[in-house]
Ligand binder design. Structure first.
Ligand code: ADP
Ligand SMILES: O=c1ccn([C@@H]2O[C@H](COP(=O)(O)O)[C@@H](O)[C@H]2O)c(=O)[nH]1
Length: 305
């Protein structure tokens, strides 16, 4: 297993509290969207496991996963009363603190340590007693139903995944989870689902699928897709450690290999490693397209060959 600790450093310009010569780690930021109970957290867990990070002490982790639920905004007493009766819409974009989400992700990208409260679904509130400390990492996964909804947050991701699990399966998973883990009763779960969850999924979450680079049908069951994503992350990190922090993911994904002079050179003037990594990745993707396991939204610059 590759040691992700040596993957990259980014030299920040002056500002934001960073000294001119501070070497800070800028992570590869992956957004993971999908409907409720589609398997977003399970997919993130599998990615972490395959990168050898799941069992590690969190202070040592080089791959971390954060939930968008930690950015629900604090409710007013009136809203809280509604929430307790299942009458608050937690699936609407207004339920989230967009500014805090944006500034936190920016800080993470600058390699700053950040603290994120966990979310208590039983009390419908943030739990500041249980704070997750995010140390500078190489890969940060940010998962939630609406992570691609807000344009300026969407633009921060280097890679966007959408976990696409059919709605019957999602409901069948959500009911026992909400009863067993989130302190709800069957009636409340079904009423909330029909009143808020399902309509909001159709209005706000499902349309964001078009922004995904990779759509993962069947979620964590799709081991082929997960293996490929993990391989892609490894390739990216290898590329970065060879060529420095200029191995930017946007370039990596959008490079037009057919254009004259396309490619980006590493410090030694060679771009062969990157070129090969992209070719390998796109070839595998093409094969998987044919199997219907895994596919890309149209990216005209991605070299299918
Ligand atoms: N592939 C799967 N097969 C069976 N159960 C699953 C699978 N993926 C997730 N689950 C279960 O479904 C529930 C929701 O999964 P989770 O990953 O938490 O979804 P999300 O993060 O999208 O809400 C959890 O109880 C989880 O254990
Ligand atoms: O207090 C709350 C906060 C959120 N929810 C529901 O949670 C899901 C999002 O979490 P997933 O893990 O992606 O399912 C969302 O559909 C909200 O309805 C809640 O019920 N109570």
């Amino acid at each position: 297993m590759q040691d992700l600790r040596n993957a990259d450093t980014l030299r920040l310009p002056n500002g934001d509290g960073a000294a001119a010569n501070d070497e800070v780690k800028s992570p590869f930021l992956i957004g993971v969207a999908g409907g409720t109970a589609s398997g977003k957290s399970t997919v993130c867990k599998k990615i972490m496991e395959q990168l050898g990070q799941a069992e590690m002490d969190h202070t040592q982790r080089q791959v971390v996963s954060i939930s968008q639920d930690s950015f629900y905004r604090e409710l007013t007493p009136a809203e809280k009363a509604k929430a307790q009766k299942g009458l608050f819409n937690f699936d609407h974009p207004d339920a989230f603190n967009e500014e805090l989400m944006y500034s936190t992700l920016q800080n993470i990208l600058k390699g700053h340590k950040v603290e994120i409260p966990s979310y208590d679904y039983r009390t419908n509130s943030l739990d500041f007693e249980n704070v997750l400390v995010i140390y500078p990492a190489d890969v940060v996964l940010f998962e939630g139903i609406l992570v691609f909804y807000f344009p300026k947050i969407r633009e921060l991701f280097h890679m966007k995944l959408f976990v696409d699990t059919d709605s019957d399966t999602r409901l069948a998973r959500r009911v026992p989870r909400d009863i067993n883990e989130r302190g709800r009763d069957l009636d409340a779960v079904l009423t909330q689902y029909m009143t808020f969850v399902k309509p909001a999924f159709e209005e706000f979450c499902s349309p964001t699928k078009k922004f995904a680079d990779v759509i993962i049908p069947r979620g964590a069951d799709n081991t082929v897709a997960i293996d490929l994503i993990v391989q892609h992350i490894r390739d990216f990190l290898n590329n970065r450690s060879r060529h420095g922090s200029t191995g930017n993911m946007a370039l990596y994904m959008n490079l037009d290999l057919n254009a004259t002079g396309a490619g980006f050179a590493g410090p030694d003037g060679s771009n062969l490693g990157t070129y090969n990594a992209i070719r390998r990745f796109s070839t595998i993707c093409k094969e998987l397209n044919m199997q219907g396991n895994y596919f890309f939204e149209t990216n005209k610059n991605l070299p299918y060959h």
